[in-house]
Write a protein that binds this ligand. Sequence first.
Ligand code: FAD
Length: 738
Amino acid sequence: MTGGRVLVYLIRRDLRTSDNPILHHLATANHGFTYLLPVYVLPPHQIEVSGFLAEGESNPYPPAVSKVGKFPRCGPNRAKFLAESVWDLKKSLEALQNGLAIRVGSYADVLTSIVDAIKSTPHHIGAVWMTDDKSYEEIQDQNYVAKVCSNSGIPFCLWPDEKYFIDDRDTGLHKASDLPDIFTTYRKSQEPLRQRPRRSLARPAIDTLPPFPPPNWRPAQKDPFVAPVSYEEFESRLLKPVQDILPNPPPYPRDATSAHPFKGGELQGWKRVFELVKKGGMVHYHETRNGLLGLDYSTKLSGYLALGCITARQVHEELLKLEDGLDISYSHSKGFNKGENEGTKAVRFELLWRDYMRLCTMKFGSQLFRASGFKGETGQYEKKWKTANARKAVLGQDPPPDKIKVIIDRFLEGRTGMGLIDAAQRELYHTGYTSNRARQNVASFFAKHLGIDWRYGAEWYETMLIDYDVSSNWANWQYVAGVGNDPRGDARIFNPVKQAFDYDNNGSFVRTWVPEVQPLEKLENVFQLWTTDEEDLEKHGLTENVMVTDPIKKIDFMVDRKPRSPRRYRWKRARGGRRGGSSAPFGEHSDSATGTSTDGDTPKNGTPWPSESTTHNSSSGQNGGTGAHADGPHITGPWASRTRGSWRGKGRDASHTGRGAPAWSYSHSTPHHPAQSRYAAASAPPIQSAPLRPHARGSAPNQVHPAGSVPISAQYQPRPSYPTHGYPHSSSHRGPSG
Ligand code: FAD
């Protein structure tokens, strides 16, 4: 065959040039490809692509909305982070004398158009490569690609996904079904964690990759879409259709600062890693990890890890450099050359949680999306979740579906009246991030206090989170909702009032994101606005606020063993008998804070969640009662350095006033893309126990598999050995800037 041999590399969640097995192989091995065409595909079932339509064209794909809640599947915060990350990769590849084609369409359509375009040139496609992904839709996409390759006689290869902490081939699990259902059991089987990860791979040197196809025969974007030519255009086309996804959004508070102001991309990910190690963030992590406000209480690496801008083993290696004193640039950092410490150990522990959630996806397949979760497999767990879908609701559901829709709307907007939940939801809406502590409370509140189908919540997180990761999100929601791998299941319930007293013990977090409560002095009022006495409500213009007149949930809570408020049961006197004198809006009952939590590993931090009780010692808590959060500078409001005091500021009435028609609805009439059938498939048996080849450390080279017939075992080829960079530190190993 004349002409060049082109390798098409379909990039998904591997938005990096360093520790990238495919690029590393191409830069260091004898492969015989003349050209490398890396392509990033914007898949229309997961990202709304109508912004890329050429003038006057219409979208051949259905809208990218979720199944249960009909939310846009990728909201503005993640769309922006994604755009930054993809563009950063493009720039990095260009710096390596290659490039990146950004294409819109299903994987099958994009690949078919590339195959057709290259057929009309003297060149031919030598192979199509992708990194193997283990979640339902991603496997479907792989299968579509394999089929296109098979039809065209093109070899297709899935490369092992190496962005996790412990490589699949080293876990000792022979098949996915061997994974223990309890994290602790799995963790113990892997310890000591510090010794487990494989070494990362060097970034290719300049001019070592095959060149990018020149413009005169490079396959173009197929109609009716246009490919972006500048970053600004890329971002604006991605964001245009998902700008206003809440018809009645909460206002952005004047003084609030995002805990996640970071930009996407490999370069930015590395900046964050270096900064964390240098400034001691990794060492302090163990003490600060349960924080709610500020930049540095936790690593904020999740977005970079989720998109594969950095890998878990790269983070681990950076920790090694600090612990073992291997990088002089860390010589002034806390923990330098002192071995593993509580903080670095805890970070590794969390990275293992991330691995575990993905292994659960491999074990349970599409059960990840099933309302009865991983537990449903046994047929013993069939809880009747409340739903806004009249067709799905059980007969006599209380509250009825239309009321549940109102509750869900208020939950999304952060107007439930439960301070901690509302603050977390507003922070999420405005910034695309909220802490792990907040996520646990939100999920528990939604699934356990309100009893609503937890998948609405998981889908909303998918829409809003910058760091959305299919396994981490859905498996964590399952865990907290009681249908996943939490051994305590339904018995673990977070009391969001007690949690607020414990983890927001000066009210800074709630006051930051729910400005309506800023002027209130008493924490119990900040955490549940309806407990405020009438005089204060009137003084601050809050009497008619929906969080006072109609809180979605009321939780009895004692502060220092005293009744929570002198003005108990005010709602009984609410105007117009709105709730008919009931203390239980929407048919719910006020609950006292029950539920204890005493077992070991939970999907955060490895320490037991604090026990729940109905009394609270307000001097306890993670902030030590100082009133100033560790990340004080980021809290610019007047409350930054005080525990209690006279909160000045004008109360704002954010009552739930009339609203326009929502941009999406619960009508359940929107058709969806076949690839969205992850829910439909949830009733199908899980992906059968993908074999995991244990301990096959670097020997044989990767193989290219014939089109369309990639045996699952072949997805776990041992990777090449590591001849090209020094371990554990070499200058070529310092990420993209190295
Ligand atoms: P750190 O506390 O600094 O932890 C370091 C890293 O460990 C994180 O970046 C993350 O990669 C990993 N990690 C930590 N906790 C977990 C966990 N429980 N499960 C899996 N990985 C973990 N994380 C996501 O990355 N994407 C999600 O979509 C996601 N959805 C979640 C939904 C719910 C309901 C809950 C309770 C948790 C969810 N998490 C998710 C896990 C966790 O909340 C975030 O990883 C963490 O808050 C991100 O902030 P960080 O990077 O500062 O984390």
